[in-house]
Write a protein that binds this ligand. Sequence first.
Ligand SMILES: NC(=O)c1ccc[n+]([C@@H]2O[C@H](COP(=O)([O-])OP(=O)(O)OC[C@H]3O[C@@H](n4cnc5c(N)ncnc54)[C@H](OP(=O)(O)O)[C@@H]3O)[C@@H](O)[C@H]2O)c1
Length: 340
Amino acid sequence: MTSASPLRIGVLGAAAIARNFIAGVAPSKTVKVVAVASRERAKAEAFAKETGLAQAFGSYDAMLADPAIDAVYNPLPNTLHAHWSIRAAEAGKHVLCEKPLATTEADAIAMFAAARKHKIHLVEAYPYRAQPQTRKLAELVAANAIGKIQLIRSSFGVQFTDPTNIRLKPDVGGGALFDAGSYAVSLVRLVAGRRPVRASAVAQWTATGVDNTVAATLEFDGGMMAQISCSFATGYHRHALISGDTGTIETTYLNHPPLGGPPVVRIKRGIMVGDPVETIEVAGTNGFLAEAESFRDLVLHGPSHWTGATPEESVDIAATLEAILASARSGKTVAVTPAP
Ligand SMILES: NC(=O)c1ccc[n+]([C@@H]2O[C@H](COP(=O)([O-])OP(=O)(O)OC[C@H]3O[C@@H](n4cnc5c(N)ncnc54)[C@H](OP(=O)(O)O)[C@@H]3O)[C@@H](O)[C@H]2O)c1
């Protein structure tokens, strides 16, 4: 691949989210989604026809063997992210892997080891990270705009009730925590800049045996705390409150711009109830498009061009999710493994 040619992406699995990804990336001049692979050839062909892709493969391995594919988008069920991202790395493909990158920290570490060994780039897909809204948040935190961060609250809830949905299946890594919760935890990791040292969580469980609602408290060295919540049983909500010792920031950390107005970040530069809240309007763009173009810049120009989670962040997110789930299952506070 050269700077004159677009990054050619193949999709692993005819996933529902891949349709949104393909539609979002379609206007790009620098990234082209060119193929889909399915476990069933007929499914791949129907998907390619519906989404306008040039090529359909009847197995994941067949697509990975094609030298015309530069990179893969991996939207497989969560427990398959590690196996197929590693297989893609072995085939020399760069990987944009759906969140959560992995269901265990050990898997995340193994995935990045494979990426290093085979000299490809592997990153975790969080479209909100490519949005100006999130970059403004990171810029404000880095500039100490609300002082020393003391408390982060991050929530994401949606509703899923169909038991055939992969999100409600324990054997493929279902559950609200790995789904919406990975977003909430990733936002905390972005703002905190490090992994927590302890997690204490409670959960309610579905009849299918996955976590339906989770609330967790995370303790960091230095005294900072965070609380995350996620759910498959609520109306849609997604927001975060970041509280420092001289002010507060609120954000909706959206993947895509909201309907009916620009995305905003709200900041109160003061500690009193009457201090004014400043609303900062930012640009918005399709998150899949921005993410995919940043991925292409990463492949072409290196990690400083990637707007998303770094490998270190993704390993920390995996370790944190693992500790939260262990705490919710055991009813005990769980120590998060120290960063490798
Ligand atoms: N970033 C976001 O905004 C966002 C949004 C939604 C989902 N996601 C992530 O994207 C991934 C896929 O979600 P989705 O809702 O698109 O899932 P989905 O529609 O169920 O698609 C998953 C695909 O994986 C393949 N697959 C391989 N083994 C499977 C198995 N044992 N059971 C089920 N499917 C299997 C299937 O493709 P073939 O049959 O064609 O092989 C299937 O179409 C998840 O990791 C999820 O967390 C991210």
